[in-house]
Every structure is written in C-alpha cells, then in structure tokens.
Design a binder for this molecule. Structure first.
Ligand SMILES: Cc1ncc(COP(=O)(O)O)c(C=O)c1O
Length: 423
C-alpha cells in the first residue's frame, strides 16, 4: 500500500530525518560511504535489548539460535547478555568456542551430527546435546563412556504451526526429532537412560519459524504434557520460532508474552515447576539489522517498474526460498511519499533474483540512491552465498555513534582463496 515506511520496523535507536536514517547514532549515508554497499548494519542496542528480554522471559539456559546470524562479536554479545548459544554444525561450534563462549553455555543440535561433531562437543563438555535420531543414540553409546553428558530429546509433537511449509518442523512428516505419536520419543528416552554417563535433562521442541500465533506453542504443550509427566524431566525447551514483523501492518508478540503463554500452558498441566528455556534466533537479531544497497539499473518491462540493486539473492535468499516480504526505503529521502511500486531485483543471473516483489518507493528513485531494507538481521548474512562470485558484504555493529566492522567485506582475493590454480 502507498504509505510511508512504518518506522517501528527499524532498529530501536533509529532516528529518521528528511534526508537520512540514523541508527545507533550513525548515519546510514555515512556508513555506506565509508564501508560501501551492500552493507549490513546492526544496532547493538536492539540486539542487547532483545537478548535481555529473552533472558528475562525464560529460565537460565535460554539460547540464542546462532544459525540466524553468527560471528565472533555476536557470540560475545549473546554471552554478555546471559544467553547460551545453540549450534548445529562443527563450523558453528568451532566459531563460538574460538569466540571464547564457555562450553557450559553451548547447546549442540543437528539432525545428522557427525562422530567428530559429537566427539568435540562431548570432549569440551557442552551444556547439552539435543538428540535427534536413533542412529545418534547408538553413536552416543560408543562415544560417551568416560564422560558425563546432559541430553535433551527432540520430540516431534505432530503440531503443524501456522507458517511457511519449509519452516514448519513440528509436523509428523519431518526430518527432525522423535515422533511422539509412534512411541519413538519414549523409546529414545529409554535407550538414552541406559547409556552410562548420559543424563536425560529434558525435552526439546521446535515447531517452526516465523510463528505469530502463540496458540501453536500452547497446543504443543498440551500435546507433550503427558510425556513430560511420564518421564519426569527437569526442562522443557520450546525451541525458537517467534515471528517478527517484516512489513507495514504486521503485529508481533513480545518475547515476554511468548514465555508467559507457554508458562501458563505448562501450569495448566501441573508442570509449572519445569525449567523453561527457548532458542530464539530471528526475534533477537532480525529487527536489529538493516541492509543498505545502492540502486542501479531502472527499467520498465511488461508494464512493471524494475529497480536493480548491487546485492540480491546472495545476501538475502529468503524471498527466493520462502517468498518473504520486506519493505524498502530510500535512505536519503526516507519521509518522501512512496507512491510507485517497483520490483526490486538483485544483480544475479536468475529471473527469480527478486528481493521485493512489489516495493513502494518514491517515483523519482534513481541510480545512486541508497535503498535500505529493514528487518534483515536474521537469515540474511547467515544464508549469504558467493553466487556469481559475489563477495559477501561487510557487517558493522553501531552503538553510541561508533561503528565497528565485525565482518569485513570479502575481497576478490578472498573469493579465489580455495582455488588451487589461482590462489
Ligand atoms: C532447533 C531450532 N531452534 C531454534 C531455531 C530458531 O528459530 P527462529 O530464528 O525462528 O527463532 C531454529 C530455526 O530453524 C531451529 O531449527
């Protein structure tokens, strides 16, 4: 709809003037001039506020889902704000260990963990391993003896959350977890209890991502409550998945309300004593991040106005993967009326390389204008690729008028570093 950008989509500290957007006390125009575009800008105050809200809402053990956005600075910030970190691969585990995250603050996930991943997690002494398959239990039986390991059992509750099919994970037909309905979850607990050194600490659930209806989480608690009673577990991790607003008009639930709704569902089942944890990713980092692009080619085709920017599906594959929507705003004229729709496309060799299918922008948007897409802090950089040999953008954290590069822009030399002929 032709309306000004809803500025509540911007990071908490954003100040919008007629000629600029200032985040964390830093002008997006100046940041683009200094660091180039595309550029990811994260507002540290927003990251910290969301992390603190998560820690305040849930019990100790609430973990930042590092898959949503991870680098050394983010790992340090999450720990400083009292969060654990959930990791799903050797790469994520290695990064958080290098960043100095204590092993006792790390939770290992993964539906296809390798022996090496399990061995490293066991050796360094991670807080918990979230067990996902019978094959993994067999391997734990080989690898754990001589160590003590706390585990969570990932249970598939058979609840289809109201969200995109590719990010639903709680339904029966999924690669994740042990089915409650078939009895696999019970069998998994029994097998784990038989392994010396293994303590079954609790149950883990993750029903999907970008969920706005807390009723989906409450329904899940209703489904797993008898299982939680039967096995007398100490902790329930409700996973991640809380939705965030990406476009004008979307209404979200706070981290606090999410936790309260799950707690009251647990209390209704006499399970109010359980340690309640979660693994929010998107709800911590999405709104903190803004991507700044430079506008290039403008053209009309089949009656449609196209605007190309200097990034695309390589720095934000979500629109291609899930048809996700975003807003766009011209940084130098953020208050100008957005009267015309443009299809904002990237520079990649795919017709599908669309960032925003129908973005409202001022009619006079021109090559050289800076285009910002708010709410791009989650699963953008984290899913970035080098498609078409595109260097990954730089990432800066901004706070109190100071910008620090936390991930430098990839150079053309970086792009050939693995090429045995050219490096
Ligand atoms: C097991 C698990 N936990 C947490 C998350 C984080 O979800 P979100 O970023 O939607 O909060 C995911 C996302 O895929 C996940 O798979």
């Amino acid at each position: 709809m032709a309306a000004a950008l809803d500025t509540t989509l911007l990071p908490d500290t954003a100040v919008v003037t007629a000629t600029d957007i200032v985040v964390g006390g830093c002008s997006l125009t100046d940041l683009a001039a200094t660091y180039g575009t595309p550029l990811f800008v994260y507002d540290e105050a927003t990251l910290r506020a969301r992390a603190r809200a998560a820690r305040g809402a849930f019990d100790d053990g609430v973990a930042f889902a590092s898959k949503s956005f991870l680098c050394g600075a983010m790992a340090v910030l999450a720990v400083e704000e009292g969060l654990c970190l959930d990791v799903s691969t050797a790469g994520e585990l290695d990064l958080v260990l290098r960043a100095g995250v204590p092993a006792a603050r790390i939770v290992l996930h993964g539906n296809n963990k390798t022996d090496d991943e399990l061995r490293r997690a066991i050796t360094v002494g991670v807080r918990q391993i979230v067990v996902d398959s019978f094959g993994e239990i067999e391997r734990l039986a080989r690898l754990v003896p001589g160590h003590n390991v706390d585990v969570m059992v990932r249970v598939t509750p058979g609840v289809a959350a109201h969200t995109h099919e590719f990010i639903q994970t709680g339904q029966e037909d999924t690669k994740f977890g042990f089915s409650l309905a078939t009895g696999d979850a019970h069998l998994a607990v029994r097998q784990l209890l038989a392994i010396p050194g293994v303590t079954v600490r609790g149950v883990h659930l993750h029903i999907g991502s970008q969920i706005f209806d807390v009723g989906s989480f409450e329904k899940t608690v209703d489904v797993v409550a008898p299982f939680l009673h039967e096995h007398g577990v100490a902790e329930l991790c409700i996973g991640g998945g809380l939705g965030v607003a990406y476009v004008n008009g979307e209404v979200t639930v706070s981290l606090g309300d999410w936790a309260r709704s799950v707690r009251s569902a647990l209390a209704r089942h006499g399970l109010g004593h359980l340690v309640l944890t979660a693994e929010p990713g998107r709800s911590i980092v999405a709104q903190a991040g803004v991507t700044v692009y430079t506008a290039g080619t403008r053209k009309r085709a089949a009656g449609r106005a196209y605007l190309a920017v200097d990034g695309g599906m390589s720095d934000n594959p979500r629109p291609v993967l899930y048809g996700s929507g975003y807003e766009a705003v011209v940084v130098q004229r953020p208050l100008a009326e957005r009267t015309t729709t443009y299809r904002i496309v990237g520079k990649h060799c795919e017709s599908g390389d669309v960032l925003i299918d129908e973005a409202w922008l001022p009619d006079d948007v021109a090559p050289g204008d800076l285009i910002a897409t708010p709410v791009t802090g989650a699963y953008g950089y984290a899913m970035a690729s080098n498609y078409n040999r595109a260097p990954r953008p730089a990432v800066v954290f901004v706070a109190d008028g100071v910008a620090r590069v936390v991930l430098r822009r990839e150079s053309l030399d970086d792009l050939v570093r693995l090429d045995t002929l050219l490096a």
